[in-house]
Design a protein around this ligand. Structure first.
Ligand code: UD1
Length: 345
């Protein structure tokens, strides 16, 4: 019998790509999502790619009773990957309580549900935002966690602390927190990808929406940073590589290979690219020009950050394999497919 993985937020961007990789690796997937920031049509994309439609149940994890009922109904969950969370940095500054409620209450409910129903393994979706602007680069898992720059970032820090506290009091529970750098791109088929609702905040969806004519121009937030071309540097990794890291984390847990019941891994490529390099690589790889203007820095942005991936490479046996150009081409393929089939420019 296939092992069943609960993927919360499984119709979201990273969740949907991870669902594909889990199915391709022989797992059964059941998704819980409230569709507050994703669309049901994602399930069709997953089915088109894998030939299998994952199980799906719609509810909000903050609804404790509904979640407990779900655990009653689904008795044989082997492990959980918990993506479901609100993730807009800007919105979190405007509506902090929405973030504290959605991201923390849901996690508390989920852990209690696990404890009551003997589900012992969880992979948690965290972020490199916990490092702020690191003192040294590349940034390893041992780098100090810096005060959060936004309520969103704070929810990730608090979630990690909560997990650590719970796991030191409950040695049966096991968790791996994955700290993502900047996930970009889409499945190479172009059948699933990122669906930003409204105006995108992240760079690559803004680039592809500008390229397709939905936005008049991209703003480059500052070229006065201490970097070779003056624009800020991030570690952009292909979302399919990131999805595969989740499968590696699940395998590690289920094979009993964890060295501690709480582990943390950085997931990136180990290489940083500037905003201008992203634009130019996109233009070269797709042949499409992106109109841009230089503006002031965006408040709260760090100057440069990229990952030390040694631990993930060594312990998870995982490497980010795709090039930046491949990731950008897949994002472009998805943007065109999405506009043609779902949302017209
Ligand atoms: C942001 C969040 C991070 C969060 C992640 C989730 C901030 C400060 N950080 O990461 O906490 O985990 O999203 O997806 O918001 N850029 C432009 N023009 C644009 C958009 C972005 O120049 O229209 C630049 C940014 O200034 C930055 C880079 O592109 O230098 C990447 O930006 P983005 O994709 O928003 O990611 P982060 O800011 O790294």
């Amino acid at each position: 019998m296939k092992k069943k993985i609960l993927v919360t937020g499984g119709t979201g961007y990273i969740g949907s790509h991870t669902t594909v990789e889990l199915i391709n690796s022989g797992y059964e997937v059941i998704i819980v999502d409230d569709l507050s920031n994703s669309e049901l049509s994602v399930l069709d994309g997953i089915e088109k790619i894998t030939g299998i439609k994952p199980g799906f149940v719609k509810f909000d994890l903050c609804d404790r009773e509904r979640l407990m009922q779900f655990f009653e109904d689904e008795k044989n969950i082997t492990a959980i990957i918990h993506f479901a969370a609100s993730k807009s940095v800007g919105e979190s500054v405007q509506k902090p309580l929405k973030y504290y409620r959605n991201n923390l209450v849901s996690l508390i409910n989920l852990i209690e549900g696990m404890q009551q129903h003997n589900v012992t393994r969880m992979v948690f979706s965290s972020s490199c935002t916990v490092y702020g602007q690191p003192d040294t680069l590349p940034v390893s898992e041992n780098a100090p966690v810096k005060p959060a720059a936004s309520p969103y970032g704070n929810t990730k820090q608090i979630s990690e602390e909560m997990l650590q506290d719970v796991l030191s009091s409950d040695e049966i529970l096991h968790c791996i927190s994955l700290r993502y750098f900047n996930p970009i791109g889409a499945h190479p088929t172009g059948w699933i990808g990122e669906h930003p609702m409204g105006k995108p905040e992240n760079l690559v969806p803004y680039v592809t929406q500008t390229a397709i004519g939905l936005r008049s121009h991209l703003r480059v937030f500052g070229i006065d940073y201490h970097t070779p071309d003056g624009s800020a540097i991030r570690d952009y990794l292909h979302v399919v590589d990131l999805a595969k890291a989740h499968v590696a984390a699940i395998n590690r847990m289920l094979e009993g290979k964890q060295k501690d019941n709480y582990e943390v891994f950085n997931l990136g490529t180990g290489k940083g690219y500037s905003v201008l390099e992203i634009i130019h690589t996109f233009e070269e790889a797709t042949g499409v020009k992106v109109k841009y203007v230089i503006t002031d820095r965006r408040p709260g942005d760090v100057e440069k950050v990229w990952a030390d991936t040694t631990k993930a490479n060594r312990e998870l046996g995982w490497y980010a394999k795709s090039s930046l150009a491949e990731a950008l081409v897949s994002a472009w393929k998805w943007e065109q497919y999405y506009r043609k089939n779902y949302r017209k420019p």
